[in-house]
Design a protein around this ligand. Structure first.
Ligand code: SAJ
Length: 403
C-alpha cells in the first residue's frame, strides 16, 4: 500500500473504529499512533481496546490491506486528527497533542488536501491550527481544505453510531465544509449538517455539557432523596411518566474522558458566563466523594453493631456499565478513596470487564458478593443485575442495580 487516501492520527477509542470503518469502505487508510505496541497489535489484525464488533472490522481491514499502521505519518490526501485533548491543572484544556499531530503532517501537506480535526477542542482550535499550518507553509494559503468534525459516538455502540449518527461539519470556509462533507459521505449514513468551524467546536462541547448538567440534576435529587428517605429510582421513574419530563439516572459521579472533561473547555474560557455548566461539574464530582463517605460510614456502623470489622465488596471500576474503560472513572476514585481509609477490613474489588489491574487485586463478582458483609454497587454492569444477595448483607446501591 503506497499511497493511502487517508491518514488517521490517533488510534484510540475513536480513531481506530473510524479508521476501520473507512477501510471497510475500501478506502486505503494509514493509521498513526505514537505507541509502538498499539501499531504492532493493529498490524497483526488485533485490537488493544474493548469495543463490540471492532475486532472483526480491524481484522478484515488489515487482512484485505486497506488498513496499515505505523508510528509516523505518510503522505495522503486527507488527514484526520483524532488524538486526546485532556486538561491540565486548573482544568484548562491541553491541545498539545492536536498541535504535535498537526506539526507532524505539515511537511506532508500539498495543494487541495483535506485536514480535519475530530478531537474535542476548545473554541478556536481549528483556526489556530490553520494559522500554525500557514505559518510553516505559507504557499498553501487558500489551497487547503480545513474543517472540524466532532464525533458523537457512545462507547459500547461505536461501530453502529459511527455510521448512523448525524454529524456536524464546520469548515474554516465554505469550500472546506463542502470538501469535508464529500469525504464523510463516503462512509456515513447519518445526515451531515453544515456549519462553521467555531460552531462545530462549540456544538461538541455543548452536547456533553448538556448531558453533564442533566446528570447533575439526577445526582442532586439522589442526595436530597437520601436525606428525605425517598427511593430516588422510584421517584425518577414516576416523574418521567410526565410527557415532558425526562430525568436521567443518578450514579456515583460522572466519568469518562468526555462528559467529565468537555464542560471545562467552556468554563475555562468563559468562567463568568458558564455558571450552570460549572456547578454541574461540581455536583457530579461531589457525588463521588459522597459515595466514598457513605462506604466509610457503613463500615464504621457495621463495626459498632457487630463488634468486628466488615468485609467490603466494591462492585465495578469502569466509568460506566459494560465497558473496560477506567479513565476518569468515579468508581475507581471511590475505590481508591475507600482503600486509603482501610483499617484491616477485607476488601473485594470487582471489575468483570478486565482481567487484572496494576493497583487493585481483582475478585470475581460472585465470590465478592457471596463473601462481603457490605456490597457497594459502583457501576451497573449487567453481571451485577439479578445477583443473588443474601438478606444479611448491607447493600449500598449507588447506581440502581437493585433499585
Ligand atoms: N451517567 C450517569 N447517569 C446517566 C447517564 C450517564 O451517571 O443517566 C454517567 C455514566 O455512568 C458515565 C458518564 O455519565 O460515568 C458518561 O457516560 P455517558 O454514557 O453519558 O457518555 P460517554 O462519556 O460514554 O459518551 C458521551 C456521549 N455524549 C452524549 O451523550 C451527549 C457520546 O455521544 C459522545 O460521543 C462521547 O461522550 C464523547 O466522545 O464525547
Amino acid at each position: 500500500m503506497n499511497n493511502p487516501e487517508v491518514v488517521m492520527i490517533g488510534l484510540g477509542y475513536i480513531g481506530l473504529p473510524t479508521a476501520a470503518l473507512i477501510a471497510q469502505n475500501e478506502i486505503f487508510v494509514h493509521g498513526v499512533d505514537i505507541n509502538p505496541k498499539v501499531v504492532e497489535t493493529i498490524n497483526k489484525g488485533e485490537i488493544h481496546i474493548v469495543e463490540p464488533d471492532l475486532d472483526i472490522a480491524v481484522a478484515n481491514a488489515v487482512k484485505k490491506g486497506y488498513l496499515k499502521t505505523s508510528i509516523s505519518p505518510v503522505q495522503a490526501n486527507t488527514y484526520l486528527i483524532v488524538v486526546p485533548t485532556p486538561f491540565k491543572a486548573k482544568n484548562e484544556p491541553d491541545i498539545s497533542f492536536v498541535e504535535s499531530a498537526t506539526k507532524a503532517i505539515i511537511p506532508l501537506l500539498k495543494e487541495n488536501d483535506l485536514y480535519i480535526i475530530e478531537s474535542t477542542s476548545p473554541i478556536g482550535t481549528t483556526e489556530k491550527m490553520m494559522e500554525l499550518i500557514f505559518s510553516e507553509r505559507p504557499e498553501l494559503k487558500g489551497k487547503l481544505h480545513i474543517a472540524y468534525c466532532p464525533e458523537r459516538v457512545l462507547p459500547g455502540n461505536v461501530m453502529y453510531e459511527l455510521v448512523h449518527n448525524d454529524r456536524v461539519i464546520g469548515g474554516v470556509d465554505e469550500k472546506s465544509t463542502q470538501k469535508a462533507i464529500t469525504f464523510y459521505c463516503q462512509f456515513i449514513k447519518g445526515d451531515l449538517h453544515k456549519t462553521n468551524a467555531r460552531t462545530a467546536e462549540m456544538c461538541k462541547l455543548v452536547e456533553n455539557s448538556s448531558r453533564d448538567v442533566q446528570i447533575a440534576f439526577a445526582n442532586e435529587l439522589s442526595l436530597i432523596c437520601d436525606k428525605a428517605d425517598i427511593n430516588v429510582w422510584e421517584l425518577i421513574e414516576l416523574a418521567n411518566k410526565h410527557p415532558r419530563v425526562n430525568i436521567l439516572q443518578p450514579g456515583c459521579g460522572v466519568g469518562g474522558h468526555c462528559i467529565a472533561v468537555d464542560p471545562y473547555f467552556i468554563v475555562s474560557d468563559y468562567p463568568m458566563e458558564s455558571q450552570i455548566i460549572g456547578k454541574a461539574r461540581e455536583i457530579n464530582n461531589y457525588k463521588s466523594f459522597w459515595c466514598a463517605e457513605k462506604v466509610q460510614t457503613a463500615k464504621l456502623q457495621f463495626e459498632l453493631k457487630h463488634g468486628r470489622k466488615p468485609s467490603i465488596a466494591l462492585m465495578g471500576l469502569a466509568f460506566k456499565p459494560n465497558i473496560d474503560d477506567l479513565r476518569e472513572s468515579p468508581a475507581k476514585y471511590i475505590a481508591q478513596k475507600v482503600l486509603q481509609n482501610a483499617n484491616n477490613e477485607e476488601y473485594y474489588i470487582v471489575e468483570p470487564n478486565i482481567n487484572s489491574h496494576k493497583v487493585f487485586k481483582l475478585t470475581d463478582y460472585k465470590t465478592a458478593a457471596e463473601k462481603a458483609d457490605i456490597i457497594a454497587f459502583l457501576v451497573a454492569h449487567d453481571e451485577f443485575k439479578g445477583l443473588n444477595i443474601g438478606d444479611n448483607k448491607e447493600v449500598l446501591d449507588f447506581c440502581g442495580v437493585i433499585k
